[in-house]
Design a binder for this molecule. Structure first.
Ligand SMILES: *Cc1c(COP(=O)(O)O)cnc(C)c1O
Length: 209
């Protein structure tokens, strides 16, 4: 179903541990959660080789308990949050992998960097002060609309910003190669536009209550 090189993050938020265990038994290892409390409750009840991706808006007071628990925090939506993740990771003696969240959709989410903000963040080399955070790429969402051309344009914009950063050798970035985009209803378009991770919830687990 997914072409090689595209990884599935099974979004298990609001679904019980039993549903995650079932998907795990079928071979799935990467799961996405959007609330810290829910994630921290689920982790000890499930196998330890799961890669947990945090995909929701992360409040600064929830950073500390999350550090060391994730394979990837996909939803870094401000410099303040990034710097806090870095300082908490340093205190904990770990390196935290993150994605920078881009805001391209029409008003669906208020979170994320505008394309020009993220480009200036890199041009101004603001990543250089990080000691314990590895920025692995970008994450984004398309507008929530039936207009497929709008959706495609949003994904293309995310991919364009990614390429502008990853294709700039003077930045000296290493391991900046992830484009997380596409959900249950729009993932095929995201894959066509260059997604390397798709985040799929309801198509796998059914509707959330
Ligand atoms: C809930 C969520 C998803 C999955 O959405 P589905 O429509 O259930 O596939 C993907 N990404 C983010 C950021 C989410 O919050």
């Amino acid at each position: 179903m997914l072409p090689p090189g595209v990884k599935l993050c099974a979004v298990s938020k609001f679904h019980p541990v039993s549903a995650i265990q079932e998907a795990y038994n079928a071979g799935q290892r990467c799961f996405g959660e959007s609330r810290v409390q829910e994630l921290l409750e689920k982790i000890p009840q499930l196998p330890s080789d799961i890669d947990w991706h945090f995909i929701g808006h992360l409040q600064t007071n929830k950073v500390r308990p999350l550090i060391g628990k994730t394979a990837l925090i996909e939803s870094v939506d401000s410099e303040k949050l990034l710097n806090l993740i870095d300082s908490e990771s340093r205190k904990a003696g770990v390196v935290t992998k993150v994605l920078m969240q881009l805001h391209v959709a029409r008003e669906e989410t208020k979170f994320g960097f505008l394309p020009e903000e993220l480009l200036s963040f890199f041009e101004e080399r603001k990543f250089e002060c990080l000691t314990n955070t590895h920025i692995c790429g970008v994450m984004g969402m398309a507008s929530n609309t039936d207009d497929n051309e709008r959706v495609r344009a949003d994904f293309a914009e995310i991919a364009r910003v990614f390429r502008e950063i990853s294709g700039n050798p003077s930045l000296g970035l290493r391991g900046f190669d992830v484009v997380s985009m596409g959900m249950s209803h729009d993932w095929p378009i995201a894959v066509e536009e260059g997604a390397t991770i798709v985040r799929i919830g309801s198509m796998i687990f059914g509707d959330r209550k």
